[in-house]
Design a protein around this ligand. Structure first.
Ligand code: SAM
Length: 214
């Protein structure tokens, strides 16, 4: 994602604490108190500009959605979308997903979405891929037992890498699609990248990876 320097981004985040959760570590183990309900909490890691979580929040009012995005200049676009929607069940966190276990207690997260994650094609950057083993470990810690990761990408290499990584970790793979938009999958919510890449003619890959209960 091309980044424009937005020095005011921090101010905008500070001005919108009802959307970008300030000091999110303080809510560890208490996210349902923040949302003031006992609905399941779903997170999107690497949210980008927020189209997916905003639309998911609209369609699924009996769940809570938290977008995790480390770039302040991108979080500000998500603020606008969530605000416009008026959804109270969508929030943002401006943190690095590497530190997920500092923000969520064991079993606090119902589901994780990974949409069009940065592919990091060079071998030496493997550890940065959001489906690298260390991320899978962190996701497992915060998810409910038997929790699921739902992944979409147009990048075949990242898709294949992720399938391998999930399977090496002992996860079960379900509902795989090698061409999501030509499949019978219902209820797809498009992300910004998905719109852009599918308009270019790229195929969209999707799968669900489930942690085994011990
Ligand atoms: N999911 C969006 C979509 O499909 O339109 C955005 C995709 S964009 C290629 C990937 C996003 O993930 C970027 O905004 C990047 O800043 C964010 N990201 C990458 N690694 C991250 C990490 N470790 N923690 C939080 N955000 C991350």
């Amino acid at each position: 994602m091309r980044l424009r320097n937005k020095p005011w981004a921090q101010y905008k985040m500070d001005d919108n604490p009802q959307i970008v959760v300030p000091d999110p570590e303080n809510w560890k183990g208490k996210w349902n108190e923040l949302f003031n309900n006992d609905h399941p909490i779903c997170i999107e890691v690497g949210t980008g500009k927020g189209q997916f979580i905003t639309e998911m929040a609209k369609r699924h009012e009996s769940a809570n959605f938290i977008g995790i995005e480390r770039q302040k200049s991108i979080v500000v676009s998500a603020i606008d979308k969530i605000k416009e929607s008026g959804q109270k069940n969508a929030r943002m966190m401006n943190v690095n997903a590497m530190d997920l276990i500092h923000y969520f207690d064991a079993g606090e997260v119902h589901r994780i979405y990974l949409n069009f994650s940065d592919p990091w094609p060079k071998n030496r950057h493997e550890k940065r891929r959001l489906t690298y083993e260390s991320f899978l470990k962190a996701y497992e810690k915060v998810l409910i037992p038997g929790g699921e990761i739902h992944l979409k990408t147009d990048n075949q290499e990242l898709f294949e890498y992720s399938l391998h990584s999930f399977s090496k970790y002992g996860m079960i793979l379900n509902n795989m699609s090698l061409d999501l938009h030509q499949s019978e999958f219902e209820g797809n919510v498009m992300t910004e990248y998905e719109e852009k890449f599918s308009a270019m003619g790229n195929r969209i890959y999707r799968c669900e990876a489930v942690y085994r209960t011990k």
